[in-house]
Design a protein around this ligand. Structure first.
Ligand SMILES: *Cc1c(COP(=O)(O)O)cnc(C)c1O
Length: 359
């Protein structure tokens, strides 16, 4: 259970719901936001009273520090409606832990755990009708924190705004991806901010990704920033390979995101008796494995898509193909997705205590 704490969160209700405007069969993420949002400001050295209020624009000074120096961070997690109609938030405690690490790296005050947890719980409870019910759908929750100081010097802000937004998300039916191993541009490097979910990491990734798009790929696989030799991540997802039957993923470090989906899939794979290896994977190993057929699958994993299978990998100008499991065929990626979904939609017991039920 998400335990009820005594954080006081006043609610200013929207006069009118926008639920009727939603096309529930076409829930492209980003198309809709729910009726309410949580807002809590930090100023004078402390967190002020939070409020749940109607979703709407913020009024910001043009000198707002976040807009100039990028002191802005976020999280992304989901609430699910189970087949019995219960609603829960998936692993908010782990997302909070990552949020703490992110805010520390960016010299920002961390919202207290009970504000984060109780804020999410109250918000999802109030906007429960926004949690879709069709198979594969969810309510995406976007906590964000940004510097609101307005003294335009390059220094740490002394005021911040924490907000949580809710966006209904449809089932992910993406086609298998074409990706390019990036050997030139860098997303993150040792000592940098790669492990933090801070805005700048994404803004800086657009250019290489656009370049890969213009070459016919959907995404890039990032390699380490020093030698471009080791695989790190794929776009906004962690990367997994199935090599000689073993599930392999690069080890955590300060240049990649500690994905909660990554952790969940590793846990499920171990419990299903799969061989699991968290170890460095070189581009050479990937290339040879693709040539010889030892690399059976490569897929991305993250909250938005759960798993995203890859059908083509470009390495130094040569495209390698991977077989994609069709209907009725077996793949590790599909198996793990089904296991995770079974827990999240309440079809299998939640033996790890991942679902924090709201009711
Ligand atoms: C958010 C994110 C992930 C995936 O993390 P999840 O907790 O599984 O959603 C992976 N890589 C990057 C760069 C990310 O921003």
């Amino acid at each position: 259970m998400l335990t009820t704490s005594d954080v006081y969160i006043p609610v200013k209700r929207a006069h009118k719901t926008r639920l009727k405007e939603v096309d529930w069969d076409n829930l492209e993420l980003g198309a809709y936001t729910s009726d309410h949002m949580l807002v809590c400001d930090y100023s004078d050295g402390r967190w002020q009273t939070p409020e749940i209020q109607p979703f709407g624009p913020f009024l910001l000074s043009p000198t707002t520090l976040a807009l100039h120096y990028g002191q802005t961070v976020f999280e992304g997690l989901k609430a699910f409606r189970t087949e019995e109609g219960h609603i829960h938030i998936f692993r908010p405690d782990r997302h909070y832990e990552r949020f703490v690490r992110t805010t520390e790296r960016m010299c920002m005050p961390t919202p207290p755990a009970d504000l984060f947890m109780e804020g999410l719980r109250r918000l999802v409870e109030l906007d429960k009708d926004w949690v879709p019910g069709q198979p594969g759908t969810s309510l995406y929750l976007r906590p964000m924190l940004f510097a609101t100081g307005t003294k335009l010097t390059v220094r740490v802000s002394d005021s911040y705004r924490f907000a949580v937004l809710c966006l209904p998300a449809g089932a992910y039916f993406g086609r298998p991806l074409r990706v390019k191993v990036e050997r030139n541009f860098v997303r993150a490097v040792r000592g940098g901010t790669g492990y933090a979910k801070c805005g700048g990491n994404y803004g800086g990734a657009f250019y290489p990704t656009q370049e890969a798009r213009s070459e016919g790929y959907d995404q890039v696989i990032w390699t380490d920033g020093i030698q471009h030799r080791y695989l790190e991540e794929m776009g906004m997802m962690n990367i997994f390979c199935v090599i000689n039957g073993a599930l392999v993923t690069p080890p955590l470090g300060d240049s990649l995101l500690d994905g909660i989906t990554r952790d969940s899939l590793l846990t499920l794979a171990l419990s299903a008796g799969l061989t699991v290896e968290e170890r460095p994977v070189t581009v050479e190993e990937l290339r040879e494995g693709l040539e010889r057929g030892n690399v059976e699958e490569v897929f991305g994993a993250g909250t938005a898509a759960v798993v995203a299978p890859i059908e083509t990998i470009g390495i130094d100008g040569i495209n390698y193909s991977l077989a994609i499991a069709g209907a009725g065929e077996k793949s590790v990626a599909l198996f793990l997705k089904q296991e995770l979904d079974a827990i999240r939609y309440g079809r299998k017991p939640d033996k790890y205590g991942w679902n924090k039920y709201i009711y």
